[in-house]
Design a protein around this ligand. Structure first.
Ligand code: NAD
Length: 347
């Protein structure tokens, strides 16, 4: 066994019902007297910001961080002489805080309210003229993350399960991502176990803390694994599809994962065996499809507005960029995979 694993330097707190106090402590640790808060929804953020020295609450958040949205937020940070950023929201909100940190170096305290996992990675993304560029920079890794599952009680069930499947996709791709190692895979498998327990519970009892907590724990592990392992085939295809057709991020991952898993898992029997075990047995790809079906995520790419013609165009763009571990599809196989995903053929 020979590998090198980099742990990202970050403080992580799980504080159910305790976000307000935890954020105050984390801001104090940073020594920041002037905080720029970023949130997609002020009503959701204000209660947890009560004790924080917020000089401005910025709510101009757009999914995939268009460059002009990032520039406006950076100007606001300058104007208010912010010394730290506190972001309260989903991946889009965290993404905007990262865009500000990228050019200003301001430290971030992240308070996630979805299961996207961006808070645990050093990856930033910006969109310009319909093209998303991503990069890795230590400056964008939040210094501290405060997970408070009670903030998720209001996240609608369809958004919750799509976001949870986005986390599951991080776990699955971490089994063979370009830098994967045994630590990534063990985190990913524990993430799968937590998501499998938590997500059905969220569907049954969306206002109960236990299911939300398990899902959040799984989402965190998934992101730590993914940040280290890097993007596999599933994420590469989603990146192309999302960019070409401006699709909702979590729903796209949720709808496509059963298809990419069914294609890849036969070529990765050891990963498949361990994923199946984490999901309670059976065929791993079927178990992933069954979990998606049971929690009610979108069943096809057509449900997101994609046509088979779109799938053919996307396959042509994506095919040359795909990794070959554990298996690289031929252009014809990729086209078939995407056509099937458009039709919802696996369910
Ligand atoms: P999002 O942040 O856009 O949130 C989805 C919707 O849920 C929004 O309308 C938001 O207002 C709402 N919402 C969020 N929290 C809520 C709550 N608690 N209650 C009610 N409504 C709530 O979507 P997302 O899926 O969380 O994030 C997607 C973005 O994150 C994409 O741009 C994606 O590329 C990025 N992302 C980045 C990384 C990374 O490592 N850099 C990882 C994952 C996702």
């Amino acid at each position: 066994m020979q590998f090198t694993h980099d742990w990202l330097p970050q403080r992580v707190r799980f504080a159910p019902g305790g976000a307000a106090e935890a954020i105050v402590e984390e801001v104090r640790r940073l020594g920041a007297a002037r905080v720029m808060a970023i949130a997609s929804d002020a009503t959701r953020a204000e209660p947890v910001l009560a004790g924080v020295p917020v000089v401005v609450l910025h709510t101009d958040v757009v999914m995939h961080v268009p460059v002009e949205v990032a520039q406006r937020a950076r100007a606001v940070a300058d104007e208010h002489r912010a010394g730290a950023l506190v972001c309260v929201g989903g991946g889009s909100t965290t993404g905007l805080a990262k865009a500000v940190a990228l050019t200003t170096g301001l430290p971030i305290v992240a308070v996630p309210t979805t299961y996207a996992g961006s808070e645990a990675t050093d990856v930033w993304g910006l969109t310009e003229h319909g093209r998303k560029t991503t990069g890795v920079d230590p400056a964008v890794l939040p210094r501290a993350v405060v997970y408070d599952a009670s903030l998720m009680l209001g996240l609608p069930v369809p958004t919750s399960v799509a976001s949870g499947l986005n986390a599951l996709a991080h776990c699955v791709d971490s089994m063979w991502g370009p830098r994967t190692d045994p630590i990534d895979r063990s985190l990913a498998l524990e993430g799968i176990r937590a998501l499998r327990t938590g997500l059905p519970r969220v569907v049954e009892e969306p206002m109960e803390l236990a299911g939300r907590e398990q899902t959040l724990y799984g989402a965190y592990l998934s992101a730590v694994a993914f940040a280290s392992a890097g993007s596999g085939l599933h994420h590469k295809i989603c990146h192309v599809l999302g960019g070409m057709f401006d699709l909702p991020h979590a729903e796209l991952h949720a709808a496509l994962l059963p298809y990419t898993a069914a294609f890849l898992l036969p070529a990765a029997p050891e990963a498949g065996r361990r994923i199946a075990e984490a999901l309670g047995g059976g065929d791993p790809a079927e178990a992933i499809g069954a979990l998606a079906r049971d929690v009610g995520t979108p069943r096809s790419l057509a449900a997101l507005g994609l046509t088979e013609d779109d799938a053919v165009r996307a396959a042509a763009v994506a095919a040359p960029e795909l990794p070959d571990d554990p298996r690289r599809p031929t252009p014809a196989e990729l086209e078939d995979l995407l056509r099937r995903a458009v039709r919802g053929a696996a369910f």
